[in-house]
Structures are given as structure tokens and as C-alpha cells.
Design a protein around this ligand. Structure first.
Ligand code: KG4
Ligand code: ZN
Length: 337
């Protein structure tokens, strides 16, 4: 019997709903919230209100696109955390209501675990190769930067973590200094394509083991611009592409140095990247180059499964369904998970 999961993602500023059947995506819709661009970052109260407006129509459309009725759903998976509490509350409450109305199980999903499990989403047309275990994954998002060993779909060990900012924050905060709207990562990626990675040098942190730090880079980028702007008020405008290319190159090399170290330490050569920053074209290309050099089997998720999406919640829900890991209706969201 086929297993059909309705998945709800509402941890930050995207309302996403997906339908997953036996690991294949039948639909995966995302309603973005452009309102936050005006404020230079996500405003929690506005995000929560927008989720309330979006969640019913997005679910309705996801069911139509999947070509199924509510009665065809076997379980509802939802993001329990980590994320913004007000946003999570909307998805959690909606998931509970839907599960109750259909008398089907509820499955809580950890958003970070789901980013990594995006690698296991099946594609009918592409017959994609799945990672085998142990699988070493660099998880880089707006709030987290981690190196994870996956021992099975649902067993993960964190072996590296950021001690301050996440890689996505480094993109977003440095972008803000250059006057870019939030989130700045995609624009930096685009502008970097036209720039010289060696135009400017920013120092890399010396952090022991497999941990990361990005707050020093952010500060040195800020001071560097402050000094240059004193000499030339148009310095940013005149050097935008080179600034983006050099900054992006520094972030990527900080990330890749640690993945190489982790692979050498653990002996694992099944390697992947996941999370919003894994959409970065420079990171994807550099990882590819490193994989060829080091004989890694490299896994890079499709772009639409890198940034926040409900399909990744659905695939995680699917594996939990197979193991019978269901949640009670007294479950509450967790901002920190
Ligand atoms: O995974 P995600 O969608 O949300 C979180 O769980 O945080 O990640 C969002 C982060 C933001 O910091 C955004 O700037 C970054 O991913 N991002 C990128 C790119 N696309 C999204 N960073 C660099 N290059 C990109 N192409
Ligand atoms: Zn995310």
C-alpha cells in the first residue's frame, strides 16, 4: 500500500506545503513573504500573521496539484522546530487540526534533520542516486552551520558546529552592510559570478576541531568597508562584484576546509551539502572540484530542495511513518530543538 504524507513547513518566513507518496514528490508549494525585505530581516510577528493567511490556500493548492483529496492522506508531518515560535505555532496547530479531522497520525519533524534528508527525496524522471551510510553532510542554512554524520535516515551525529554566526548569516549580514535587501545570499551569489575572487583578502578564523566561526569575518568585512569608504564614498558601488566574489570565496573556503578535515578524520567519502546556502553556485562548483580531486561520491540536492521547503519535511515524515514514530496531540513547537 502506498504511503501518502501531507507535509507542513512554517519555521521561518516561507509557508510551504508538500504531498509526498512513497518518497516521491507529488506537489511542493511555497508562499514567500516579501514583506520582510522592507525591514532587513524576518520580523517574527509579521511572519506568523502571514503564515495564518497562507496556510489554508497553500494546502488547498498542494492537494489539487498532487491530484488527491484530503481522505487520501495517511499522515501529517510538520516542522516542530527549530525556528520562530509564532511561525511554528501556526504550522503545528494547522497540522493537528488536519490530522484530527481525518483521524490520521501526526508526525513531528526536526527542520535541520529534514534539510539533510532532502538528499533522500526521490525523482521519478531522474532516478537519482541516494547516499549510502555513513554519509557526511555539511548543513549550511540561515541559522545553522553543522557537519553531520548520518548513520541511517533517522540517526545523525553532529561533529562540527558554529560557535557564533551561521554561514547564511555571514552572507546576509555582510550583504546588509553593502546595502542589499534580506536575504542577501542569492544576490551575492549572482554578483560574485562577475567578480574576481582574489580582489580582496579577508582573514579566515582559526577554530579548532570541526567547528566554525563567522562573526570575525563579518566584523573584518565591516571595518574594511568603513576604511575604504573614507577614501572613496562610492567604493561599494564601484567594487560590488569583486567584493561579493572575494567574500563568497572566503566563506566557501572556510566551509570546504572543514569538510575536507571531517572526511579525512572519519574516512567517509560519501559527502553531501544541504540547507539554504547549499544553493550557492560557488559552493556547489567548489565542492564538485574537491570531490573530483579526492574521489568523493558527492551529493548535491536539487536547488528547490535546498532552501526551506515542505518536501524535505515530507520525506522525513515518510521515514518516521515507516518506523511508526508518531506524535500525540499535546505536542508543542520548539524554538530551539
Ligand atoms: O535553509 P534556509 O532556506 O533557511 C533556514 O533554515 O535558515 O536558508 C536561508 C539562508 C539565508 O541566509 C540565505 O541568504 C541563504 O540561505 N541562501 C544563499 C543562497 N540562497 C539562499 N546563500 C548563498 N547563496 C545562495 N544562492
Ligand atoms: Zn531551513
Amino acid at each position: 500500500m502506498a504511503v501518502t504524507i501531507l507535509a507542513i513547513e512554517s519555521s521561518c518566513d516561507d509557508t510551504s506545503v508538500a504531498v509526498i507518496r512513497d518518497g516521491y514528490v507529488l506537489s511542493n508549494l511555497i508562499a514567500n513573504q516579501d514583506i520582510h525585505m522592507l525591514y532587513g530581516g524576518v520580523v517574527p510577528e509579521l511572519a506568523s500573521r502571514a503564515h495564518q493567511v497562507n496556510i489554508v490556500p497553500v494546502t488547498h493548492q498542494a492537494l489539487i496539484k498532487a491530484g488527491i483529496n484530503a481522505e487520501d492522506i495517511d499522515a501529517v508531518a510538520f516542522t516542530r522546530g527549530p525556528g520562530l515560535l509564532g511561525s511554528l505555532l501556526v504550522g503545528t496547530s494547522f497540522a493537528k487540526g488536519f490530522a484530527l479531522s481525518q483521524d490520521i497520525p501526526l508526525i513531528e519533524v526536526n527542520h535541520l534533520q529534514a534539510h539533510v534528508l532532502a538528499h533522500f527525496i526521490l525523482d521519478k524522471d531522474k532516478k537519482n542516486r541516494l547516499p549510502s551510510f555513513p554519509f557526511l553532510c555539511l548543513l549550511v542554512s540561515g541559522g545553522h552551520t553543522r557537519i553531520i554524520i548520518m548513520k541511517s535516515q533517522l540517526e545523525m551525529e553532529v561533529i562540527g558546529n558554529t560557535i557564533d554566526d551561521a554561514a547564511g548569516e555571514a552572507f546576509d549580514k555582510c550583504g546588509k552592510v553593502m546595502g542589499f535587501t534580506y536575504p542577501a545570499g542569492p544576490l551575492i551569489d549572482k554578483l560574485a559570478l562577475e567578480g574576481n575572487i582574489n580582489a580582496f583578502r579577508f582573514s579566515k578564523p582559526r577554530i579548532k576541531d570541526l567547528d566554525f566561526s563567522f562573526s570575525g569575518l563579518k566584523t573584518s568585512f565591516l571595518y574594511f568597508l568603513r576604511d575604504r569608504l573614507k577614501e572613496d564614498p562610492d567604493f561599494i558601488e564601484n567594487n560590488k562584484a569583486d567584493l561579493c566574489a572575494s567574500l563568497q570565496h572566503t566563506i566557501i573556503s572556510i566551509l570546504i576546509d572543514k569538510v575536507v578535515k571531517a572526511s579525512l578524520l572519519t574516512g567517509i567519502s560519501e559527502i553531501g551539502i544541504a540547507g539554504g546556502v547549499s544553493a550557492n553556485s560557488g559552493l556547489r562548483n567548489e565542492m564538485q572540484r574537491e570531490a573530483e580531486k579526492r574521489n568523493w561520491n558527492l551529493y548535491i540536492p536539487e536547488l528547490r530542495f535546498t532552501t526551506d521547503n515542505a518536501a524535505m519535511i515530507g520525506i522525513t515524515g515518510y521515514y518516521k511513518y515507516l518506523r511508526g514514530e508518531f506524535s500525540g496531540h499535546d505536542i508543542t513547537p520548539l524554538a530551539r530543538y
